[in-house]
Design a protein around this ligand. Structure first.
Ligand code: NAD
Length: 294
């Protein structure tokens, strides 16, 4: 009876305030996108440096908008003011919907999801921006798996139109509907997909990265491959894209996909992503990956 009451509340849920956990490449982008569409957001991380990075990223995008005459300085100030950086959960508890966007590690995500579930209201929606980890796996230790689903944005969030909404085994229609509505309010197009490691887009993208790794093993040069793919008309080649995504994130995704699809996505010995990861070269975020950055 209580569950039915909560479900009814969730069904009518219009997301008027949100929270994002993790202020990295994705968390910062999600916070910016929500705030810029008028939905205030709390952005929580475990360290101040990360929060500053996330805020600065939003400010950079907004400044560009002001320079291009797309928004006024006044509007920019309003957007910045509607992102609340936080190091604890106190400001998160009032959120209608939470997007977890911490590192791609099931154990860390598990802890963070349980922590936040304990502080938000019982009709709030909890989502994960995981790239590859099964939603059912993440839902296992939650008290309200019916109010949990995947909400997978793409990088850079302010430019990429798509959001995958991933329905877990126990996710209710109400939760999916409210999450899709929030994605639309953020100016994104949502596609609702079933749960499995990698969901939809990354089951297409990571086999492409795998083909790239195999080509490197055959002796190809990554710069050459990037040039060829640019000539093919794609906005960037695989090496540059992996640097943008983050080598650490890609490495963990490869791991999850190899475990999920051992017949098709098994690990490649001496894989370039693994070599870079083990050398702490995480791509653009750390200053070097396949390429080096200022
Ligand atoms: P990132 O490394 O840029 O940021 C991760 C952030 O999480 C860091 O700021 C870190 O301090 C923070 N963090 C770690 N533990 C935390 C905790 N306990 N509580 C709060 N914050 C914590 O990573 P990212 O690229 O933003 O990826 C985040 C998630 O989004 C991952 O699940 C990733 O798979 C997914 N994702 C990434 C991309 C991409 O292209 N990078 C695209 C789609 C989805």
């Amino acid at each position: 009876k209580k569950k039915a009451k909560v479900a009814a509340k969730t069904a009518n849920k219009k997301v008027e305030s949100a929270a994002v956990l993790g202020a990295g490449i994705m968390g910062g982008g999600i916070a910016y996108q929500s705030a810029s569409k008028g939905i205030p957001v709390v952005m929580k991380d475990i360290n101040t440096a990360a929060l500053d990075l996330g805020m600065n990223e939003a400010i950079k995008i907004l400044n560009k908008g002001v320079q291009l005459g797309k928004l006024t300085a006044d509007k920019m100030a309003k957007v910045v003011a509607s992102i609340t950086p936080s190091l604890d959960y106190s400001a998160v508890q009032h959120a209608d919907l939470v997007v977890e966007a911490v590192v791609e590690n099931p154990k860390v995500k598990d802890t963070v999801l349980q922590e936040v579930e304990g502080v938000i209201s019982e009709d709030a929606i909890l989502t994960s921006n995981t790239s590859t980890i099964s939603i059912d796996l993440l839902a296992k230790n939650l008290k309200r798996p019916e109010q949990f689903c995947g909400m997978h944005f793409f990088n850079p969030v302010h430019k990429m139109p798509l959001v995958e909404v991933i329905r877990g085994e126990k996710t209710t229609d109400e939760t999916v509907a409210a999450t899709v509505a929030y994605a639309s309010a953020m100016g994104k197009s949502a596609v609702v997909v079933k749960d499995c490691p990698g969901f939809y887009v990354n089951r297409v993208l990571f086999p492409y990265f795998r083909g790239f790794s195999l080509l490197l093993k055959d002796g190809a040069d990554f710069r050459q491959i990037d040039k060829v793919m640019a000539g093919f008309g794609w906005p960037m080649g695989p090496a540059y894209l992996l640097d943008v995504v983050g080598i650490d994130t890609a490495y963990h995704c490869v791991d999850v996909l190899a475990a999920g699809f051992p017949d098709r996505m098994s690990a490649i010995e001496g894989d370039a992503v693994e070599v870079l990861f083990k050398a702490d070269k995480y791509g653009q975020k750390s200053g070097s990956g396949f390429y080096t950055y200022e």
